[in-house]
Design a protein around this ligand. Structure first.
Ligand code: PHE
Ligand code: FE
Length: 278
């Protein structure tokens, strides 16, 4: 085990540790292999093509938990991002500072075999399989860095809860509309067996066209599948919509009420499953 709670190596001031890749056991690599095979199969025709392109470019494969040193060689050449190993969730300011400097904090421990279907905290499968492939995409790579800068600003403005919703409904649970229908790009879905099917196939959840202020008003669930997914048309749209200074948005939002996760407003643009065009 690289980082079981008992032997977490001392963290540095920026909370980074060493991945200690050589210490993974055959059993741990086996858990990765099983998760990888299962998601690769489930995500056929469900994940956005940019995700697959990233998986291929970085050679993320079934053989085992990737060595961050190897991934970083390729990632640095592609978009200047690199992965830094952390023991778990890190304080907000530390997290944003990493993103603002194109460093993606990734856990390195892997879930136990009995946690294959659900894990409450991020592990290396969620972080590396779910998040890292899109860092190869130049527009998404820029979005993540801009988010880090915006996070530092939101912290200072007391509006972090608003910005956190944007991360949740894009980076973690985002859907994207392609010519072939809806596809997944959110890491929380890509690394989840149940939700990668539910979010596209189940009639229950709302699928609503991306709307920045609407998202920043909407609470989210951390204990179950999402009640609402927000759908972007492209990473360019996401980047452009989030480029303006958010300070006036935060002021405006202070006068509005929060929305429940499952709320649908008359002005929402509800998107029907599998329909590619607006
Ligand atoms: N433009 C935002 C701001 O001024 C920062 C941001 C960029 C936030 C991209 C999220 C994503 O606060
Ligand atoms: Fe995540």
């Amino acid at each position: 085990m690289a980082t079981s709670p008992a032997d977490v190596p001392a963290t540095r001031a920026d909370f980074t540790i060493d991945q200690d890749w050589d210490r993974y056991t055959a059993g741990e690599h086996g858990v990765w292999r099983a998760l990888f095979h299962r998601q690769a199969e489930l995500l056929k025709g469900r994940s956005t093509p940019e995700f697959l392109a990233g998986i291929e470019k970085l050679n993320i494969a079934a053989d085992g938990i990737p060595d961050f040193r190897r991934l970083n060689d390729m990632l640095a050449r592609a978009t200047g991002w690199r992965i830094v190993a952390v023991p778990g969730l890190v304080p907000d300011d530390i997290f944003f500072d990493h993103l603002a400097n194109r460093r993606f904090p990734s856990t390195c421990f892997i879930r136990k075999p009995e946690q294959m279907d659900y894990l409450q905290e991020p592990d290396v499968f969620h972080d590396v399989f779910g998040h890292v492939p899109l860092l190869v995409n130049p527009v998404f790579a820029d979005y993540m860095q801009a988010y880090g800068r915006g996070g530092l600003k939101a912290l200072g403005l007391g509006s972090l809860h608003r910005l956190a919703r944007l991360y949740w409904y894009t980076v973690e649970f985002g859907l994207i509309r392609t010519a072939d229908g809806l596809r997944i790009y959110g890491a929380g879905i890509l690394s989840s067996k149940g939700e990668s099917v539910y979010c596209l196939d189940d009639p229950q959840p709302n699928r609503i066209a991306f709307d920045l202020l609407r998202i920043m008003r909407t609470k989210y669930r951390i204990d179950d599948f999402q009640e609402t997914y927000f759908v972007i048309d492209s990473f360019d749209q996401l980047f452009a919509a989030t480029a303006p200074d958010f300070t006036p948005y935060y002021e405006e939002l202070a006068a509005t009420e929060d929305l429940e996760p499952g709320a649908v407003l008359p002005e929402d643009h509800v998107i029907h499953r599998g329909i590619a065009r607006a």
